[in-house]
Ligand binder design. Sequence first.
Ligand SMILES: [Zn+2]
Length: 302
Amino acid sequence: MCGRIVVNGRVWEGAGLCRWVDEVLMLPLQAVAERLGARRRWIAYPRHLEVEKDGKVMALEIGAANARLQSEEIPLDFPVYLDQGLIMVPVSLLGRFFGLSWTYVKDVDAAILSRAEPALADKRVVLDPGHGGDDPGVISGCLVESELTWDVAHRLSGLLILAGAVVTSTREEHETASPFQRVMVVEKAKPDVVISIHMNSFLCPAHNGLETYWYNSWPARHLAEYVHRGILEEIDMPDRGVRESAFCILRHSPAASILIKLGFVTGDSDRVILKDKWMRERAALGIFRGIRDFVEAFAGAM
Ligand SMILES: [Zn+2]
């Protein structure tokens, strides 16, 4: 399998895919080095090269069983190799050199690498996937709101945990949770941020688009704006705006809390997006960056 690459919350759009070789995940060095501003030079083309970042040096030899980090020899899970000009390197080595955690999201065939985000370290985030269990939310054809909200929250949870946040969910996958139970989870977790996820519905399929809600708090309004923008950078949905409304979960959360209506399950163009796993992963990436950038900007005020 050859798949997509995400580094620090952004999809790598340049050349190269990740690739499994003998159960080792290999990534093109270029994708990570360029995204992270590392320098790379051949010492003896096409065999020996060095990568430099913040004064640290990694020496690689094509085909060798080891690499050198500073003066330390590191055994490799699989030798570095060249593939059509791309230098394929085991993900574990990249993680170690660049200080990245990584995971592989199988259903969208994507390698996700993330630094430990200083702003997110130990920040508490409550995710509130709307509906669930006995309450499916809106059903339209094959789309069930409770399944979609869980899916996006689950993807988002993976991204947040990888970056160092502490994540709590108001429900499990097939659990029914009342508004009261959800508010209790929020009260107990004492979160910095609450993200509630729902979808919209309407009789007319021409209604499509993203709405993000906040209530009665400036931090929440800023969070809504960051997250709304993040999602629209990732998926092509009409912008229905950042709005204020007194949803139950927002009224009862002292933290910066927002409710996202991630498109219309009844909308002709939104349905195409919501049906697509990769688009849901990208929506989660947009929410992730919105949270991260908000916390970074307002860390002192939290
Ligand atoms: Zn809903």
